[in-house]
Design a protein around this ligand. Sequence first.
Ligand SMILES: [Zn+2]
Length: 262
Amino acid sequence: MKKLLIILLTLGPIVLFTGCISHYCIRGDSPQLDSNLTHFLHQWRDNTTAPIRDGKYTHIYLNGDGSQGKKLALTFDDSPDENNTDKVLDILKFYRIKASFFMIGAPMVDQNITVTKRAFDEGHLVLNHSFTHPHFSKIDKERIVDELNATSHRIENITGKHPLLFRPPYGSINQEVMDTINDQGYTTILWSLDSLDWALQDKDAITENVITHVQNGDIILMHSSRANHASVEALPGIIEQLQSKGYTFLRLDDMLGIKAYR
Ligand SMILES: [Zn+2]
């Protein structure tokens, strides 16, 4: 009885705080977020995490192993662009942190080739985030295969490496989409902590959200494209506060113990 009480006292706040079991959770909230958007977001999180918890989706990660200590993976979506991607790379270089970039294939031309190559050369992962950023659950199988192949082809041309990790735009997946992604040999990487930098244009709100919700093993979703000035502004403070709490930052392959490239 005493043991049970201790377990309940230990688990209680975690369950109450996150509203779900921590391994199958996507966290991140802000009082600044519109209530309709919050509702939609929570519905999407429930619908997405339930099949993972039930074992229906395979080769998919929300987070790393929380029992492995204070490790985190910073992930940046939607680059390359001619402005913010370089700024994010400058910040990561300053703090000597390696991160993972889920890049879009279509903008990987002209001067964006340079920044894509830079990310790879500086030790970050350059990974697949589709060619034109569509909702995968709204396009057919052939188009999904084209989106995956065209992007990996460009990444391989620039870096010499064929990525094995994929993040679906908007986290838009269903069973059919997952089957197609798996058939093509990719592992799907979602996230366990949404910085909400895509919705909040306020660096303090983004920082506050990350710092209050962070847990060991989190895969943190951020963005580094043209529209994401607030992410760039928030990033140094987020890194410093997390480092002062004892967290270290790893690339996805190192944190999850999986291969990033073929
Ligand atoms: Zn995206």
